[in-house]
Design a protein around this ligand. Structure first.
Ligand SMILES: [Zn+2]
Length: 226
């Protein structure tokens, strides 16, 4: 292999885009056991002062528990909201310090993103987060040893109802219904990464929970599913 070819290949070897290189994500979680009819709703990118309280109200009204993957920088500004999430029986997960893509991040920056997010959640909630999810599902080789050190498994998702492009509330419910199965982990967003994501989610959520109930699924946090 020529020097130029190695230069081109090195970033691809270092970084793993999750859909393309599952070998780098061995030991990670994509879904729970298929036995039983349990699914988990996961909410990324909060806490959001406007949308997260509404999501908590909707979950409480339906007796549903879920898992929230929080961004450390936002956690540091919203301690009371983080404590409310935890006190409502939901699991907390780490979604890095400030949602930087870990793709091509070096070992030091990778560790900083994970550890600062972990620490912010631990301080706000009084207990450490139990899971980790990388922003956009982007990983690198350094990530997994950092996660092993913290004892937080890397959790991706089975179903994403809205990706990089906006999806209407109706389409999100339909995608959830079509791609559903026992043990599914649904990836939802209660804050705006994609503009308007939080509002669309709040609108979609009651119908989504109703559909899941009608299909006979119980909604449990990741610690119960896995
Ligand atoms: Zn995210």
């Amino acid at each position: 292999m020529s020097a130029a070819a190695w230069l081109l290949a090195a970033p691809a070897l270092w970084a793993g885009y999750t859909w393309g290189s599952h070998a780098l994500t061995l030991g990670s979680v994509w879904r729970g056991p298929r036995a039983g009819r349990k699914v988990t709703l996961t909410f990324d990118d909060g806490p959001d002062p406007e949308h997260t309280p509404r999501v908590l109200d909707i979950l409480a009204a339906h007796g549903a528990r879920a898992t929230f993957f929080l961004i450390g920088e936002r956690v540091a500004r919203a301690g009371a909201l983080v404590r409310r999430i935890a006190a409502s029986g939901h699991d907390l997960g780490n979604h890095t310090w400030n949602h930087r893509s870990l793709w091509l991040a070096g070992p030091r920056e990778t560790a900083r993103q994970v550890n600062q997010g972990h620490e912010a959640i631990s301080q706000a909630a009084g207990a450490p987060p139990r899971f980790f999810r990388p922003p956009w599902g982007m990983t690198n080789l350094a990530l997994f040893s950092v996660l092993r050190g913290l004892g937080t498994p890397c959790v991706f998702w089975t179903v994403q109802t809205e990706g990089h492009r906006p999806a209407s509330p109706g389409l999100q419910v339909e995608r959830a219904r079509c791609r559903l199965g026992p043990g599914a982990i649904l990836d939802l967003h209660d804050a705006d990464g994609v503009p308007g994501a939080g509002s669309r989610l709040v609108e979609a959520l009651p119908a989504m929970i109703g559909m899941l109930g009608a299909e006979g699924y119980s909604l449990v946090p990741l610690s119960d599913l896995l």
